[in-house]
Design a protein around this ligand. Structure first.
Ligand code: SF4
Length: 381
């Protein structure tokens, strides 16, 4: 598959609540405890209010054709499904969606049950992404992650027997105390369940998180970078042998099972985003909502629109792809930079880091080990 821009836009809705805020998590999310019921009515009303506001600020959205919906978070599997279905129906009544729209919902293991999956199937969810991270109880404790042991053990059974045939999982590696064997055990369990998509993230220290604070006070151990490098190097071949290709630095999938929605971020397509902490990209520019549920429930939305710095964004997004992509179609976004960028790319071709023919670019597998440094060089051309 060669990645071209699809010409379709995506819709993202951010549901901010989680049972517990994990110490390493940098997403905008709020831990509310197991038995708390947040005010979803106001939240869903305000998604609609924000939607109307975005249309009035940028009516070009009405001309877009959408082919993806992604409900992310936080833990969207805690969202009230009736309210969600009503919101999506409302948005669909105003905008154009293709018939085969990809509709993804993120879920946490404790919410995954045959009943829940069936209800989601009924409201047209056709792709699920489960935030597993690990099946190992001790590692989940190190990650300070809420988990229900019994539910975890059933997750893959439920997912593989659901009517929603496209399902992916997230796993994490480099957690202090994790060995290569522990990681491979998590991975193999997931492969045995015939997941269609796997996102594999290395544990990182994000500024401002509880984990970063604990590290500073020496109350936590840093990520295991040696293991991270070993896994990063091993995975592409290991997963290729099982029929999964690395289409983005942290994402692998079976044939044609890429997340169409996430590809929009990496190929700089337009997306309308709603919710606290969400950011969107429309013809008017990029916008960012406040990372504050109180502001969102009070009807305060991010009103500033910024023009993207295309060269930096291409470096950080497009060049994360490991499938071939049509670089020449992006030159129009970076006037005056084409020659210098191509000069740089030809030096990489010579040193065997990538292929570049007729404007189609592709990293060689081993470039993954130097990706940060190579990406930085692009933003400096
Ligand atoms: S469950 Fe996910 S979104 Fe929620 S705090 Fe943990 S990592 Fe963040």
């Amino acid at each position: 598959m060669i990645s071209y821009r699809s010409g379709y836009a995506g819709l993202y809705v951010h549901f901010p609540y989680c049972i517990h805020k994990c110490s390493y998590c940098d997403f905008y999310s709020i831990g509310i405890g197991k038995n708390n019921t947040p005010d979803q009515k106001t939240l869903f009303n305000n998604y609609k209010k924000e939607f109307e506001l975005r249309l009035s600020l940028d009516p070009t959205i009405l001309d877009y054709s959408f082919d993806t919906i992604f409900i992310g978070g936080g833990t969207p599997s805690l969202a009230n499904l009736d309210m969600l279905s009503e919101l999506i129906a409302y948005i669909k009544s105003k905008l154009k969606f293709t018939e085969n729209t990809e509709f993804t919902m993120e879920m946490n293991p404790e919410d995954i049950s045959p009943e829940k999956l069936s209800s989601m199937h009924k409201i047209d969810v056709n792709r699920v992404n489960a935030g597993i991270q690990s099946f190992n109880k001790d590692l989940l404790a190190t990650l300070d992650r809420y988990n229900d042991e019994e539910k975890y053990s059933q997750v893959l059974n439920h997912l593989s027997s659901s009517k929603i045939k496209r399902f992916g999982i997230d796993l994490i590696y480099g957690v202090p105390g994790q060995s290569l064997e522990m990681f491979l055990s998590d991975l193999n369990k997931s492969l045995d369940a015939r997941v269609t998509h796997i996102s594999l993230y290395s544990l990182t220290v994000e500024k401002g998180t509880e984990y970063a604070k604990q590290l500073k006070k020496k109350q936590a151990k840093p990520p295991n970078e040696e293991l991270q490098l070993e896994i990063l190097q091993t995975l592409p071949d290991l997963l290729a042998a099982k029929g999964y290709s690395q289409y983005e630095v942290s994402n692998y999938c079976k044939d044609e099972e890429e997340s169409r929605h996430n590809l929009k971020y990496w190929t700089m397509e337009k997306y309308l985003a709603l919710g606290p902490g969400a950011h969107g990209f429309t013809d008017k520019g990029r916008y960012f909502n406040h990372r504050s549920i109180d502001k969102y429930l009070g009807g305060e939305f991010g009103l500033a629109y910024e023009s993207p710095v295309y060269l930096d964004e291409l470096a950080l997004c497009l060049f994360r792809l490991f499938i071939p992509f049509d670089l020449k179609s992006f030159f129009v976004l970076i006037p005056g930079k084409k020659e210098k960028l191509e000069e740089l790319i030809y030096t990489w071709v010579k040193s065997g880091l990538c292929e570049y023919t007729d404007g189609i670019f592709q990293w060689k597998k081993h470039a993954v080990m130097r990706l940060d440094e190579l990406i930085l060089a692009i933003s400096e051309v």
